[in-house]
Design a protein around this ligand. Structure first.
Ligand SMILES: *[C@@H]1O[C@H](CO)[C@@H](O)[C@H](O)[C@H]1NC(C)=O
Ligand SMILES: *[C@@H]1O[C@H](CO)[C@@H](O)[C@H](O)[C@H]1NC(C)=O
Ligand SMILES: [Mn+2]
Length: 443
C-alpha cells in the first residue's frame, strides 16, 4: 500500500495521497480499538513500532483523566496534529512520513547537531557525581533509519558525553536497504573515527538479536542502549553510570523526552514510571508519592516496574549473567517487559533517573504490520510461558486463539530462570507492581 501511495503521488495525485494518509491514521486507530476485542494480540501502533519506537509512548492504555496524559502526547493528539497539518502537506512530506514515520524535511533542515533545551529539574544542576565512573559502550541498532536522525543520535552522544566516559559507540546496521546508510554513512562517520564502530548484519535479525550482536562487541564497563532516532541531552550519562556503579544489579533508565514526529520540537516529559497492563501493553504510570520523599525530592531515582523500551544502562557483565535477551524472540516487542520482569524477579532493580534526559522521536509505525504483529504475539507468548506462572492461564483464557500459536522452544529460558533462582510472578505483583494485581478486574 505504501508503494501505491508513493506512485500516486509521483503521478501528481496529491489529493488521493492525503486521503490515504488519513485512512492510514484512521485505520491505525481502528486497529488499536479492535486489537483488544480480537483474540490476536493487540496491534497498537505504539507497541508495534518498537524497533523505531519502543513503546516509549503515551496515550493508549492510560486511564482517562490521568495527570500524565495531559502532558504527554497521545495518539489523539498526534492524529489531530496530522489532521491539522495535512492541508499543508506536500508530496515530499507525505513520502517522508510513509517511509520513515516522521517529518524528514525538518529532520534534514536540522542537520546533524542542534541546540537542545535543558529539560532537567533545577536541582539536577547542583548534583555531583563521582569523579571515577565506569566507562560506557553505547549500542545503537538501526534498520532503514532516516540518515539525519541516525546521525544526530550519534553526534549528540559525542557532544554531550565526556570523552573519558565513552569507551565507544557501536552502531549495528540490521540489514538496512536504504542507499544513504551505506557508503555515505561510512564516510560521514569518519570524523568520529576511533570512537564509533559500525557492524553490519548479514541478514535481518530484528532489534533483539541486533542488540545482542552489539553487546557482544562491546568492551566498556556499562552497556547503554539507545534507539536510532534519539538526541541525548546534557549530563545524560553521568546519572546512569553513577546508579549502575553504586549497585551492580541496577538497571538505569533516563527520562524519555518527546521529540514531536511532525515538528521535531524537543519537549520535556514529566518524571513517570514504566508500567503495563494485562495485555502486556506498555504504559506510563504516575510516580508514587513516597518515591519522591526525602531531601532529593523530585530528582530521586524512581523504582519502575518496567522499562519503556530500548533506552537503558546496564553493567555489561550483569547483562550477560542475567541472560541478555531471549534470542528466539523476533523483530521487537515484548523483550523490554521480559527484561524488566527478569531484572526484578532475579534480584536486580530498575530505576528511572530524573536527572538523565534523552529525547526520542515518537515515530509512526512504518513496518509491515503483519510481520510486526506476528513477532509481538510470539514474543509475548514466550514471556508469558516463562515468567507469568499461574497468571499465564489468566492471560491465555481471554485469548483462546493464542492456544494454537507456536512460540518455539522455551526450555533454555525456563532453565535460566531456575539457574538464577528467580522469585515468583506473585512476588513481583506483591512487591513491585501491586497496581497491576489490583487492576485484574477491569482488564
Ligand atoms: C507483509 O508481510 C507479509 C508476510 O511476510 C506479506 O505476505 C505481505 O505481503 C507484507 N505486506 C507488505 C505491505 O509488504
Ligand atoms: C528444546 O531445547 C532443548 C535444549 O535447548 C532441548 O534439549 C530440547 O529437546 C528441545 N525441546 C524440543 C521439544 O525440541
Ligand atoms: Mn524508538
Amino acid at each position: 500500500m505504501r508503494n501505491a501511495i508513493v506512485q500516486f503521488l509521483l503521478c501528481g495525485s496529491l489529493t488521493f495521497g492525503i486521503w490515504m494518509l488519513l485512512l492510514c491514521v484512521y485505520f491505525h486507530h481502528d486497529h488499536v480499538g479492535d486489537g483488544q476485542a480480537e483474540s490476536q494480540e493487540p496491534a497498537s501502533i505504539w507497541s508495534l513500532e518498537k524497533k523505531s519506537q519502543p513503546p516509549i509512548s503515551h496515550g493508549p492504555g492510560q486511564t482517562p483523566g490521568h495527570p500524565v496524559q495531559a502532558e504527554r502526547p497521545n495518539e489523539d493528539e498526534t492524529k489531530d496534529l496530522v489532521g491539522k497539518d495535512v492541508k499543508f502537506m506536500d508530496a515530499e512530506l507525505l513520502q517522508g512520513f510513509t517511509k520513515y514515520g516522521f517529518n524528514t524535511i525538518i529532520s534534514e533542515s536540522l542537520g546533524t547537531v542542534r541546540p537542545l533545551p535543558d529539560t532537567r529539574n533545577e536541582m539536577c544542576h547542583r548534583k555531583h557525581y563521582p569523579a571515577q565512573l565506569p566507562t560506557a559502550s553505547v549500542v545503537i541498532c538501526f534498520h532503514d533509519e532516516e540518515f539525519n536522525a541516525l546521525f544526530r543520535t550519534v553526534a549528540s552522544v559525542m557532544h554531550f558525553t565526556p570523552h573519558q566516559l565513552l569507551e565507544e559507540i557501536i552502531l549495528v546496521d540490521d540489514m538496512s536497504k536504504f542507499e544513504d546508510l551505506k557508503e555515505k554513512l561510512d564516510y560521514r562517520l569518519e570524523k568520529f573515527r576511533g570512537k564509533v564502530k559500525l557492524v553490519r548484519n548479514e541478514r535481518r535479525e530484528g532489534l533483539i538479536r541486533a542488540r545482542m550482536a552489539g553487546a557482544a562487541r562491546a568492551s566498556g564497563d556499562v552497556l547503554v542502549f539507545l534507539d536510532s532516532h534519539c538526541e541525548v541531552n546534557r549530563m545524560w550519562l553521568q546519572p546512569l553510570l553513577a546508579a549502575v556503579a553504586k549497585h551492580r544489579r541496577t538497571v538505569a533508565c533516563p527520562v524519555i523526552d518527546v521529540i514531536d514526529p511532525m515538528t521535531l520540537e524537543y519537549r520535556p516529559s514529566p518524571v513517570v514510571r514504566g508500567a503495563f497492563d494485562w495485555h502486556l501493553r506498555f504504559k506510563w504510570d504516575n510516580v508514587l508519592s513516597y518515591e519522591m520523599e526525602g531531601p532529593e525530592g523530585p530528582i530521586r531515582p524512581i523504582r519502575s516496574p518496567a522499562m519503556a523500551g530500548g533506552i537503558f544502562a546496564i553493567n555489561r557483565h550483569y547483562f550477560n549473567e542475567i541472560g541478555q535477551y531471549d534470542k528466539d524472540m523476533d523483530l521487537w516487542g515484548g523483550e523490554h517487559l521480559e527484561l524488566s520482569l527478569r531484572i526484578w524477579m532475579c534480584g536486580g532493580q530498575l530505576l528511572v533517573l530524573p536527572c538523565s534526559r534523552v529525547g526520542h522521536i515518537v515515530k509512526h509505525n512504518t513496518e509491515n504490520l503483519t510481520e510486526a504483529s506476528r513477532a509481538l504475539t510470539r514474543n509475548n507468548l514466550r514471556l508469558v510461558h516463562v515468567w507469568l506462572d499461574e497468571y499465564k492461564e489468566q492471560y491465555l483464557l481471554k485469548r483462546p486463539g493464542l492456544k494454537s500459536v507456536p512460540y518455539g522452544n522455551i526450555s533454555e529460558r525456563v532453565e535460566l530462570r531456575k539457574r538464577l533462582g528467580c522469585k515468583s510472578f506473585q512476588w513481583y505483583l506483591d512487591t513491585i507492581f501491586p497496581e497491576l494485581e489490583a487492576s485484574k478486574g477491569n482488564r
